[in-house]
Design a protein around this ligand. Structure first.
Ligand SMILES: *Cc1c(COP(=O)(O)O)cnc(C)c1O
Length: 397
């Protein structure tokens, strides 16, 4: 195709999300092509030989790469300002791949304790089975990070804002502590999205995403991505992921590519609505506490404003009356759905203690501040007045 005279790295986010990584075929299709194939053929045996030798960067097999997947990876890397991106089958494949590819028996991992349920399982139960030592810290407490990260620490993993407590960790400070001890910093940036927060700018090394959430944003497919330097992708991710096989389906990558085109619009609109919903919840009777990064009442309000452009699409709140009152509110919702998914166009609410954070047990929930009256709301694209009205009637009923 005709080459345009415009450098993609100079584009704004919206342009990157619509046009980044676009690689049209000779047919000149407007939208990105979907290559729904697992294998590739070669016109000569020498071509196959040079591709397997890594001398020719053409495709060899779906588990190693696919042109639609490459477009998705390049678009995301461009947006994030990362050298490289590796797309995988789900957010959890991204979290596990980013950690397991660089850790071996005897290595030490330090992680924030306020983690998504499955991330918590990986850190506290799966990685230790392979001889990896792990330490959990209170992410707010910089002294705890300083004490836990030693010169033996290979890797630091954190989630900010956390799911569901919306705790915010000081990326600049924690990255500086970890860098000084030579540890690699992996950040789960799923709640913030690359639209609102760029951990690379604060010194993080590897960023992980679930494409399932805001990238798709319409509840259709699973996917994930790992952002890193080109060297980390070539030396650590490729050897681990190519042979263990958590590949993303080209169809899912194509849906996510199309989702990226509207991600900025959606995340910004959903974040503006979430702030209004959080403010309305603060004024409702029977609501004990509202957690939202850009509310003045957030325990780390200043840090939230420094690190995140907007407060994000998630609002967490606590009802007076524990699990019974929380379930009553869920039952009485007329528009918002009961669902553990998030980042969707449809507003979704979940009770973390009985669902996403059920398996970690009561003790770990208490440590993370997840109470029985806590509800997590993912604010969608409906009219904000309808959402506030739905919450008011469900809370009153
Ligand atoms: C959903 C989620 C994940 C996992 O993503 P999947 O695509 O469901 O595998 C990891 N971390 C956080 C913070 C999440 O919200």
């Amino acid at each position: 195709m005709k080459k345009r005279k415009s450098d993609p790295s100079t584009w704004g986010d919206a342009t990157k999300l619509v046009r980044g990584g676009l690689d049209r075929t000779k047919h000149g299709e407007t939208s990105e092509a979907l290559f729904l194939n697992s294998g590739f053929v070669y016109d000569q045996p020498e071509t196959a030989e040079s591709r397997f030798a890594g001398e020719d960067d053409g495709y060899v097999y779906g588990r190693y790469g696919n042109p639609t997947v490459t477009m998705f990876e390049e678009r995301l890397a461009l947006l994030e300002g990362a050298e490289a991106c590796y797309a995988v089958a789900s957010g959890m494949a991204a979290v596990f791949g980013a950690l397991a590819c660089q850790l071996k028996a005897g290595d030490h991992l330090v992680a924030s304790r306020a983690l998504f349920g499955s991330c918590y399982q990986i850190v506290t139960s799966i990685l230790p089975r392979f001889g990896i030592k792990t330490t959990l810290v209170d992410g707010h407490d910089l002294n705890a990070w300083k004490e836990a990260i030693t010169s033996d620490t290979r890797c630091v993993f954190l989630e900010t804002p956390s799911n569901p407590g919306l705790e915010v960790i000081d990326l600049e400070a924690v990255c500086a502590i970890a860098k000084a001890r030579g540890a690699n910093i992996v950040v789960d940036n799923i709640f913030a999205t690359p639209i609102l927060q760029r951990p690379l700018e604060y010194g993080a090394d590897v960023i992980v995403y679930s494409g399932t959430k805001h990238m798709d944003g319409q509840g259709r497919v699973l996917g994930g991505a790992i952002m890193s330097t080109r060297k980390f992708k070539d030396d650590e991710l490729k050897p681990f992921l190519r042979h263990t096989g958590p590949s993303i389906s080209p169809f899912n990558a194509w849906v996510l590519l199309k989702g990226l085109e509207t991600m900025k619009l959606r995340v910004e609109a959903q974040s503006h609505a979430a702030l209004k919903v959080a403010q309305a919840l603060e004024a409702m009777p029977g609501i004990a506490r509202v957690l939202y990064p850009h509310l003045d009442s957030h325990p780390q309000a200043l840090l939230c404003r420094k690190q995140m452009k907007l407060g994000g699409t998630m609002v967490t709140f606590e009802v007076e009356g524990g699990k019974k009152k929380a379930f009553d509110l869920l039952r009485n919702l007329g528009i918002i759905d009961i669902s553990n998914n998030l980042g969707d166009a449809k507003s979704l609410m979940t009770h973390p203690a009985s669902t996403t954070h059920r398996n970690i047990g009561a003790e770990a929930r208490a440590m993370m501040g997840i109470t029985d009256g806590m509800l997590r709301l993912s604010v969608g694209l409906e009219d904000t007045a309808d959402l506030i009205g739905d919450l008011m009637q469900a809370n009153k009923a």
